[in-house]
Design a protein around this ligand. Structure first.
Ligand code: NIG
Ligand code: FE
Length: 407
């Protein structure tokens, strides 16, 4: 039973209702057996029974639960740096999409990429994410938009989950945009989603969640309702990309359908907030997308005051958020969403676990939880998220095993 001792500050991040409660213990120790934590507390109370166990010295550093990036579009072909320049010159994300660029560009590049090329590219990103302290990643399809290529993306995720220490949570996002070849017959693509893709993906357990992008240039509320209801009938849990570029009422729909999470929400209304609070839906904030698109940030205080758990994720994708740096996204959430560092940490650990329905297994460092931990060169959570560094993480334990000693 290994012991990690001399922890300056241990953030246990209990899955409690208070966003700011990160369960800090000073001068702490953690003990685990196999993949599971068996004890966590003040070092001077470490039970004598663990005295002769193998020891790891945290050297006074901050220790937090392995971070959970609960919203990414991890697997994609190509990049879109040229659109970055177009946006800087004044074109909007929607204008670029309406001119045939945006997500359609990435669909083309993803269809043209082999599964092996997509696997290798995503694995490189996962290596870097692990070094940043991330131990679980939610990953969406949505750049294939036909049977062959959606299955290709989801299979890449299943293979990466086996091949890489990071755990992947798979989400089907066949309803990302209407694929270019169906723009004249949207209904036919939605029929394909509901009659072929969703049943097949659910049967083969290729995804656990189904997501739908409801927005200008994507799906309408009525289309989203049909797709999400179909997914729910096939046993998939629901996520919704809601209220990002325009206000549509998608947050209200997420609440109505009992979605596990609603994402973006930059333009959420009061009724949307009420619907999410009532349904117990997690709000996933994506501050990198607001930064890159120069859009408003989530008004997190209103949601927290309404009792909604607010998670923080990267939205890593080649368009609106071309970065997988979750600690940087966390600093942005502090600065632009008026969340304290403690609230943000909870949003990237136990509330992020809730956004992927794993709050009983990961995201906290209490007995019974998975021994996924990040050691951070900082005396406190405040210092870590305030002093933005390339990477403040010095060591990661995944399932109780050190994930490489020279991060
Ligand atoms: O969450 N808004 C829709 N989907 C992604 C962007 C995908 C892309 O631009 O390729 C998002 O921001
Ligand atoms: Fe997204």
């Amino acid at each position: 039973m290994p012991v990690l001792h001399s922890i300056g500050q241990l953030a246990t991040c209990p899955p409690t209702a208070d966003q700011a409660d990160i369960g800090l213990i000073a001068d702490a120790a953690v003990v685990w057996q196999g993949e599971q934590i068996v004890w966590a507390g003040p070092g001077d109370q470490l039970p004598g029974a663990y005295a002769g166990e193998p020891h790891f010295d945290a050297e006074g550093q901050l220790v937090v639960p392995g971070l959970i990036d609960c919203h990414t579009h991890l697997c994609f072909g190509g990049w879109r740096g040229d659109e970055f320049e177009m946006r800087i010159q004044g074109k909007s994300y929607l204008e670029i999409a309406q001119a045939g660029g945006g997500i359609s560009n990435t669909v083309k590049a993803t269809r043209e990429s082999s599964a092996k090329a997509l696997f290798n590219k995503a694995r490189t990103a996962l290596d870097a994410m692990l070094a940043l302290g991330v131990t679980t990643v939610e990953a969406k399809s949505g750049y294939g938009l036909d049977t062959e290529n959606e299955l290709k993306q989801l299979t890449v995720y299943a293979d990466l989950d086996h091949a890489h220490p990071i755990d992947l949570v798979r989400t089907f996002l066949g309803a990302h945009i209407i694929p270019p070849e169906y723009t004249e017959d949207r209904q036919a693509y939605i029929d394909l989603l509901c009659r072929e893709l969703i049943p097949q993906i659910a049967d083969r357990r290729l995804a656990e969640f189904c997501d739908c992008y409801i927005d200008a240039g994507a799906y309408t509320i009525d289309e989203g309702r049909r797709i999400l209801q179909c997914a729910r009938n096939h046993g998939l849990a629901l996520k919704v990309h809601a209220e990002q570029i325009s206000h549509t009422g998608a947050a209200d729909l997420a609440g109505e359908l009992g979605a596990v999470s609603a994402e973006h929400l930059e333009r959420i209304s009061e009724t949307g907030i009420e619907a999410l609070a009532e349904a117990g839906t997690v709000a996933v904030s994506l501050p990198l997308a607001s930064l890159y698109l120069r859009e408003p940030y989530l008004d997190a205080r209103r949601l927290i005051d309404a009792g909604i758990p607010v998670a923080v994720a990267t939205d890593f994708n080649p368009g609106s958020a071309p970065s997988y740096h979750l600690p940087f996204a966390m600093t942005l959430a502090c600065l632009n969403q008026q969340m304290t560092p403690a609230e943000v940490l909870k949003g990237a650990t136990s509330y992020a676990a809730k956004a992927v329905s794993r709050q009983a297994a990961i995201g906290s460092l209490l007995p019974g939880y998975r021994a996924d931990m990040a050691l951070i060169r900082a005396p406190s959570v405040n210092h870590w998220l305030y002093h933005a560094q390339a990477n403040a993480v010095t060591r990661v334990f995944k399932d109780g095993t050190p994930a490489g000693d020279s991060l």
